[in-house]
Design a protein. Sequence first.
Length: 129
Amino acid sequence: MRLPSSLGSLTLLLVLAAAGCTSPHAVLDGTWATTPIPSGGGLTLHLQADGDAVSGTGESFGLMGRLENSFTASGRYFAGTLDLTISYKSGVSGTFEGELAASGMLDGMWSGPPPQGPYAITFIKSPGT
């Protein structure tokens, strides 16, 4: 038996609400970080989704985990793909294009301020965010 589309949509919303999500995009909400390299460098993203729109802030860390730069991120999550424009405080920009690879993992391509990138990168969602 086929459910009317409105009933199917209601069922999806109820399942998401029971799981603590109000949107399929809510899985992006939270803090995401790269695994630090031995020198301590890495990137952190703090994302918030509102429908297809995604925004947030982030930081890039250099040697010994020292803060090098901070940035804002804005873009969209559509058809399983996350596209962000990265605007650094220093005035330069970059991009991140990726997708949810597994639960709690974002795989994609990062292009930071010149001469960085593009290069493959994986972000891991921080527990509890």
